[in-house]
Write a protein that binds this ligand. Structure first.
Ligand code: HEC
Length: 180
């Protein structure tokens, strides 16, 4: 039996949940809009690296979709501006594998703190400093692919502008329209 008593709380609940819903809807939209563009980017490896950056490893949650530190998730730590990093390829790979204990950058290699391969630390020591859980763990090959993508499209490429945005996504997506 449907009465006003059962309807009203339902309505109120959805109002309270509106902010969560909007965040989720944005995330879904980003996924739907950008997934095909990521697949059609130039080199297959770049497309795969982009997919890892945006989706599987969700680097964009803290570093932003452009890697410029304008994070996608307000509740995540502030990731640095990767477009301006001075790290070389080996250092980027080390940072992704090992993360930065105590500095909110997660370790994406699941063996990172198993045997001292990262900064000579084991798990207990890294956890004491503070270890952020990664959104997903990555295989060494995926981390190489991710580094290829970063050096092709993000690192040293300057601030994101409209032309770079169109090149990045493979088409003039909505996010590019707000850029100069
Ligand atoms: C939970 C948030 C978070 C996620 C997810 C994250 N990062 Fe980070 N990242 C950070 C923070 C915070 C720093 C700055 C650490 C510091 O202060 O030393 C950082 C630093 C880095 C650096 C070092 C930059 C420099 O110049 O020193 C690289 C490279 C990097 N992240 C790449 C990535 C990649 C690639 C991914 C996805 C595989 C990723 N990050 C996912 C938070 C995050």
């Amino acid at each position: 039996m449907r009465t006003n008593n059962t309807r009203r709380p339902r309505f109120r609940k959805s109002t309270i949940g509106l902010r969560c819903f909007r965040a989720a809807a944005t995330a879904i939209l980003v996924g739907i809009t950008f997934a095909p563009a990521a697949q059609s980017a130039d080199a297959p490896d770049t497309a795969e690296g982009m997919r890892l950056f945006l989706q599987k490893a969700n680097c964009q949650a803290c570093h932003g979709w452009a890697g410029d530190g304008r994070k996608m998730d307000n509740q995540m730590p502030d990731g640095s501006n990767l477009r301006e990093t001075t790290l070389d390829r080996a250092a980027v790979i080390l940072t992704i594998k090992c993360g930065r204990p105590g500095r909110s950058m997660p370790a994406f290699d699941k063996l990172a703190y198993s045997d001292g391969r990262c900064y000579g630390m084991k798990e207990a020591e890294a956890k004491k400093l503070g270890l952020f859980d990664p959104p997903a763990t990555l295989q060494p090959r995926e981390i190489e692919t991710l580094a290829d993508f970063l050096f092709a499209k993000v690192i040293g490429k300057g601030a994101m502008d409209r032309a770079k945005c169109i090149d990045y996504w493979g088409s003039a997506t909505d996010v590019c329209r707000d850029l100069k």
